[in-house]
Design a protein around this ligand. Sequence first.
Ligand code: SF4
Length: 243
Amino acid sequence: MNLTLFEDGRLQEIHDRLLVAYGPPPLRVPWPPLRQFVYSMLSSRTKTETSHEVLYALERHFKSWERVRDSSEDEVLRIIAPATFAETKAPRLQKALRRIARQNGGKLNLDFLHGQPIDRIRKWLETFEGVGPKTSASVVNFSTIRGSALVIDSHHQRIAERLHLVPKNTPTAETEKKLMSLAPSTWGPEMLDDHHSLIKLHGQRACTKLQWQPHCPPCPLLTICPTGKEVTSSRDVRETIRR
Ligand code: SF4
């Protein structure tokens, strides 16, 4: 059997089933790379709604990234306080903004990344303190760079493990590499973005971190999910014994 073709079909199958269950994800309007970079830095371990509120508050209050960079750390911290680990994120963000301007001839934007090789962009982004594969993938895939990368957040990691696509505790970068190797070659940046959104939605609504077992029986992925099959078969056995 051609394993590559088999596995390639599996990711498409997951995608198709989730698409039927949840419908197409909302169309993303890509942001400029610097805005996406700032958002992704702020959003680590923070709920999506809170991260958006913090970004908007930052933009409303400071009006420009230059003012975020040049204001006092206390003022930035006060505005981003609702984000998790705000006290770490405030100095990191200002430090990153200072470095970007320094390396970009004084201009505070990341527009120079357009057209650069994706691997090079990600490697460079990951040299910033607190920036890992999830943030670099978001900047590359979600922003106007619109490059091929798959954002692996905690939902994606958990579901990939439960589906046995990767072993437990696989580092994010390796999970992304494995899933990218399973993605159909026809998937462009937008499809990878849609796939991320569908998996995230499934992780928020059904395959959650806690108390996810009741969601297995009606789950659209059950027949291809080893973890779900295990949960439902042990539940069947328990119910048979109870009867
Ligand atoms: S069957 Fe259960 S474990 Fe598997 S993806 Fe669905 S909810 Fe998650």
